[in-house]
Ligand binder design. Structure first.
Ligand code: SF4
Length: 62
């Protein structure tokens, strides 16, 4: 999984849905990946989060 912090608008939706995988920078609120490789059991939720990200900052190749 990749996150483009230049594109992220800091909405925090990813952090609300999957706090074990996503965090937000204390400096500017942009996304920080806690883990770049989700477990297989997390893939469905990750795909949902990527699809719902309002900025298109997230990419996941399952
Ligand atoms: S959902 Fe998208 S725009 Fe919102 S914080 Fe996460 S990566 Fe950034």
């Amino acid at each position: 999984m990749r996150a483009n912090r230049e594109v992220c608008i800091g909405s925090g939706l990813c952090v609300l849905r999957l706090p074990e995988l996503f965090d937000q920078s204390d400096d500017d609120g942009t996304v920080v990946l806690r883990r770049a490789d989700p477990d297989p059991g997390e893939a469905t939720a990750v795909i949902e989060v990527v699809g719902n990200c309002p900025s298109g900052a997230l990419r996941f190749d399952s």
